[in-house]
Design a protein. Structure first.
Length: 382
């Protein structure tokens, strides 16, 4: 019997922490089930192995007829990928493309890109819709999130593609309701695969970034720009109450995820103890969150990794729907939902006071993820 062949598709060609975790977890989980051929696919070819990520091959495997896989298993490994478009994803990779998109009419530029690179074969990079690809392969959607197109033709195309899949799960109640109400799809909910990461990289194997206790803070610049003064004021209150310095972390280091701008701004303006946490490697970011007494931030995977290690966290910004919905779906009761910027200090006190060990919840969710990958592997063998 030949080995099952997997094409794992994720936005893992850029340094955005959560997106880099998906193929790492998928490879670990699938290889734990048995031997397989694992191919990591993203939009462009990349090699971020020096920061702990898997190299990627480019998306042409699904666009060029002579490269198209057959009798294979295409795994959409997770993330906010349903309804992602080419222009959006390319902008995350290259700032030059952002400027081009802003300079020229969006629809005209999109049409030129689709024609030049044959993107019409797969209008949605992370929803496989090409009839030939669907006919010759199995497609698995593992704990995905996202939205539904407003355009009726696009929505119908996406619905047909998702209905053709061999496996479809979503990672939060909001995505489940959207797919149910807009497309009539009944997709089970499943924890994000990154919940498994504390099994892959146990806390005791991760070097502490500093010897003293600290609180980890991370804020996306685009999401937080109007609230920088409030963030500074509330972090000052958090330091004063707990007596711990604030470790500043950058999780997103690619266009559209410019956390470092907030780190630098807080360093410049803080009149209380702050320090910069290393983020050069995936292990640096993971260790910064795993060893923190509390995580405060706007990153979904900052919150998920905190949960994976059983730590308390404060998810910030109610307008980040995926973060609000995910934590309401899976977090312990006292950690559910996002808070407003002005409530950071108060919620930090409340959540730290309420914190209890929740290992059993973590283990239950990790088992759900493991069982999901086992099911995918078994289907790939059949």
């Amino acid at each position: 019997m030949s080995l099952p062949r997997f094409y794992c598709v994720a936005a893992s060609d850029r340094y955005n922490y959560g997106d880099l975790l998906f193929p790492l977890v998928a490879k670990y989980a699938l290889e734990s089930c048995g031997p397989c051929e694992f191919n990591n696919v993203a939009i462009i070819e990349s090699d971020l192995s020096e920061i702990g990520a898997l190299p990627t091959q480019d998306y042409s495997v699904f666009l060029a007829p002579n490269k198209m896989p057959i009798k294979s298993n295409i795994l959409i490994a997770g993330g906010q990928v349903v309804n992602s478009e080419w222009t959006q994803l390319l902008a995350f990779i290259n700032e030059r493309f952002v400027r081009l998109f802003e300079r020229f009419k969006a629809n005209k530029l999109r049409s030129k890109l689709y024609y030049k690179f044959n993107l019409a074969r797969e209008p949605f990079p992370f929803v496989i819709s090409n009839p030939e690809t669907l006919a010759n392969n199995r497609v698995f959607y593992h704990a995905v999130g996202g939205s539904v197109p407003l355009d009726k033709k696009k929505s119908a195309l996406m619905q047909d593609a998702l209905e053709e899949s061999a496996y479809l799960t979503v990672r939060d109640k909001r995505t489940r309701i959207l797919l149910k109400n807009k497309m009539g799809l009944d997709a089970p909910i499943l924890p994000d695969s990154a919940m498994l990461y504390s099994e892959i990289r146990p806390r005791e194997h991760l070097k502490r970034p500093v010897e003293h206790d600290y609180i980890c803070a991370q804020f996306g610049y685009q999401k937080s720009k109007p609230n920088l003064q409030t963030i500074l004021r509330k972090l000052r209150e958090v330091h004063k109450f707990f007596g711990m310095p604030i470790g500043l972390l950058s999780i997103g280091n690619c266009p559209g995820h410019d956390d470092m701008k907030v780190v630098e701004w807080i360093e410049e303006h803080a009149d209380f103890p702050v320090f910069r946490l290393k983020h050069d490697h995936i292990d640096d970011v993971t260790a910064a969150i795993a060893h923190a007494k509390l995580f405060i931030g706007t990153s979904l995977h900052g919150a998920i990794i905190s949960m994976s290690y059983g730590n308390p966290f404060v998810a910030v910004n109610k307008n980040i729907k995926k973060l609000d919905s995910y934590t309401k779906t899976w977090a312990p009761q006292y950690l559910k939902g996002c808070v407003d910027y002005q409530d950071i200090a108060r919620e930090s006190r409340v959540r730290m006071k309420s914190h209890v060990v929740y290992k059993s919840l973590v283990h239950r969710q990790q088992k759900m993820v493991i069982d999901s990958f086992k099911g995918i592997y078994e289907k790939a063998l059949s």
